[in-house]
Design a protein around this ligand. Structure first.
Ligand SMILES: [Ca+2]
Ligand SMILES: [Ca+2]
Ligand SMILES: [Ca+2]
Ligand SMILES: [Ca+2]
Length: 294
């Protein structure tokens, strides 16, 4: 049986076929549909798009609606996003951990470096490799909480995903500055800031870039010295009261809650399936094309 149809039958045939034929295929879903059609071969992109839309609504409501009242509330959505994010980090760490040499439940810096950059004397690495190795080593030291030179699995998780933990935030800020600070004076100037956001500088400066210039003067450069220092960059990329999953939840509800009752029905999610496909709630759509348990 066709995948779209089999999912349809499990819910409500007539309603689903109606949606299958009515909803346009948005770009994010189309991309997923193309990928999914390649997996399944016998299905067309169009059919896969419809399948993904329906699957999005069904999966989201079934998995996220904890109290099974048929609606997804803000609280349910937020705890789901937190769960998916945590799960991704744990799975990613497990995958990388299995790919490296582990001795006595720990990874040494040497074994990580050799696995990542290849066996070579330090002098044989090119300067760009040397920079990357130095950067990794600095991050390694920050992740090594007990200072024994090796990383346990928990420490390695912080190494791989430093943005998730408070004690790694300064490293994230340092790395961000280094990426943007082209003249290497340790600060981000207005031109460096704009150059990072709008690298090609083709044609007339778009309005959003002009808005960013204003943002830089009004909000980013707090002490008004014309450049962003470490503290100002920290405020920008990891503001102290910023809650990522809360912001993502608010965004999804704002975009999808058509009747403004503060919760999402299956139909509201189906109507805005493109928004969900671009969201962490569906692992940016990846979970929807894997054809396995979400
Ligand atoms: Ca350690
Ligand atoms: Ca600079
Ligand atoms: Ca400043
Ligand atoms: Ca609603």
């Amino acid at each position: 049986m066709h995948a779209c149809l089999s999912v349809c039958l499990s819910v409500c045939l007539s309603v689903c076929i109606f949606y299958c034929s009515q909803l346009p295929c948005y770009s994010g879903i189309r991309k997923l549909g193309e990928k999914s059609a390649r997996y399944t071969q016998q299905n067309t992109v169009e059919l896969q798009c419809r399948y993904i839309k329906i699957r999005t609504a069904i999966i989201i409501v079934d998995k996220i609606d904890k109290d099974k009242d048929g609606f997804v509330t803000e609280e349910e959505l937020k705890s789901w996003i937190e769960y998916v994010q945590k799960r991704y980090i744990v799975q990613d760490t497990e995958r990388m951990w299995a790919d490296h040499q582990i001795t006595n439940n720990a990874m040494t810096w040497e074994s990580y470096k050799n696995r990542t950059y290849g066996f070579a004397d330090d002098d044989d690495f090119s300067s760009s490799y040397k920079e990357m190795i130095e950067r990794d080593q600095r991050r390694w030291k920050a992740a090594d909480r007990n200072g024994d030179g090796q990383l346990s699995k928990d420490e390695f998780m912080d190494f791989l995903h430093p943005e998730e933990v408070e004690h790694m935030r300064d490293i994230v800020v340092d790395e961000t500055i280094e990426d943007i600070d082209k003249d290497k004076d340790g600060y981000i100037s207005l031109e460096e800031y704009i150059g990072d956001l709008w690298p090609n500088k083709e044609g007339e400066e778009p309005e959003w870039v002009q808005t960013e210039r204003k943002q830089f003067h009004e909000y980013r450069d707090k002490n008004k010295d014309g450049k962003m220092d470490h503290a100002e960059v920290r405020q920008w990329i990891v503001p102290p009261d910023y809650d990522h999953s809360y912001a993502e939840t608010k965004h999804l509800i704002y975009e999808s809650d058509a009747d403004k009752d503060g919760k999402l029905s299956k139909q509201e999610i189906l109507d805005k399936s493109d928004v969900f496909v671009g969201s962490q709630a569906t692992e940016f759509g990846e979970a929807l094309v894997r054809h396995d348990e979400f």
